[in-house]
Design a protein around this ligand. Structure first.
Ligand code: KG4
Ligand code: ZN
Length: 340
């Protein structure tokens, strides 16, 4: 299979509640479009899988059409189609993954099924000419909190993960306890800016565990027990103190992992990496420890198709394409050579 040096890649992402499409020419982004369902699901306080898949079905073709028009690319110019294979909600994944496969077959072009976690992990490298390189990556989203040692593209080792809630999930659940609209993460970030982060000393679970695992459900429980005892305008202080304890444990473990693995480069990605306090504390810690830090640019933190296209590009340039017989996999893992 001969691959142009800067192939045109159409990327599709439908793993949860964002229908997204992007067009890349090599590592240059030509267009990116995201149809968010946040407002639809906020009515229910969380993502309803059947509602999500029905909305993906309605949006997937129009959003791809929009991305192609914005990029000024005709379908026949596409060199490869990449779509998220997993992990995620099966009924959501199936929409973009099946659409992508069908399109690739119709165009007679290679198809690449992409691991959503790998896409988050590599997203901080997008726009950097050196490409993905040896590092410790914190992937912190609504579904995952993982510390991953990246040797090179395709060579990943998970060295830590959450034992209960993902960090984003904890933000969203505490947001609900505080009566904030879904998703709670960005709301807590905003509210915390006018709060006192030292007022409540929430636990920092697992920080003395000697490993790189996380636990967030205990912090959430502490918030639940505290709330009935409070009076007045306490929300900003609770938000700031809760955020501080989550951020603290993320930063400490990530820097400990970088020290242990003797990695000079640390990356942070996923929806929660948009959090302003996490970005600030990561920068301070990296500076203190003499580590280089790559944070995903805000537009690439929450789910998007650019990061899917970027993994597609790496795979395509490595001469790979996916077996069309493979199904979407809601439980796809990363590492141990099982991430494709
Ligand atoms: O990566 P993402 O879009 O979806 C998953 O793959 O899970 O992440 C969504 C998560 C949600 O839990 C959301 O509350 C959280 O990222 N999030 C934030 C912020 N922006 C998004 N959490 C804290 N602070 C933010 N600014
Ligand atoms: Zn994600």
């Amino acid at each position: 299979m001969s691959v142009p040096a800067a192939p045109i890649i159409l990327a599709i992402e439908t793993s949860c509640d964002e229908t997204a499409a992007a067009v890349l020419r090599g590592d240059e982004l030509l267009s990116s479009r995201i149809a968010s369902q946040t407002l639809i699901h906020s009515e229910f306080g969380g993502v309803v899988p059947e509602v999500a898949s029905r909305n993906h079905l309605a949006k997937v073709a129009p959003i791809i059409g929009e991305a192609l028009r914005a990029a000024n690319i005709l379908p026949e110019q596409i060199d490869c189609v990449a779509a998220t294979r997993g992990p995620g909600l099966l009924t959501s994944l199936l929409v973009g993954y099946s659409f992508g496969k069908g399109l690739a077959i119709g165009l007679g072009k290679p198809f690449i099924g992409v691991n959503h976690i790998e896409a988050h992990l590599l997203s901080p490298f997008f726009g950097h000419k050196t490409g993905p390189r040896r590092s410790i990556g914190l992937v912190v989203s609504g579904g995952h909190t993982l510390l991953i040692r990246l040797e090179k593209v395709g060579h990943y080792e998970v060295i830590g993960s959450t034992l209960d809630d993902a960090a984003g999930e904890a933000f969203d659940k505490v947001g609900k306890l505080l009566g904030l609209p879904y998703p709670g993460g960005p709301q807590i970030d905003i509210l915390a800016r006018r709060g006192d982060r030292t007022r409540f000393d929430f636990p920092r679970p697992m920080t003395g565990s000697g490993n790189f695992n996380f636990s967030f459900s205990g912090i959430k429980t502490s918030v639940r027990y505290l709330l009935p005892k409070l009076e007045g305008d306490y929300l900003p202080d609770v938000a700031a103190s809760f955020q501080e304890s989550v951020v603290d444990s993320l930063v400490r473990k990530t820097m400990a992992a970088a020290a242990k693995c003797e990695s000079n480069l640390v990356t942070v990605s996923g929806g929660v990496s948009c959090n302003s306090r996490l970005r600030q504390k990561m920068k301070e810690a990296a500076e203190r420890m003499g580590k280089c830090l790559l944070l995903a640019t805000p537009a690439l933190t929450t789910d998007n198709a650019t990061m899917i296209g970027y993994v597609g590009l790496q795979r395509l340039l490595a001469g790979e394409k996916s077996d069309l017989g493979l199904d979407a996999d809601p439980n796809l893992v990363i590492g141990a050579g099982k991430d494709r």
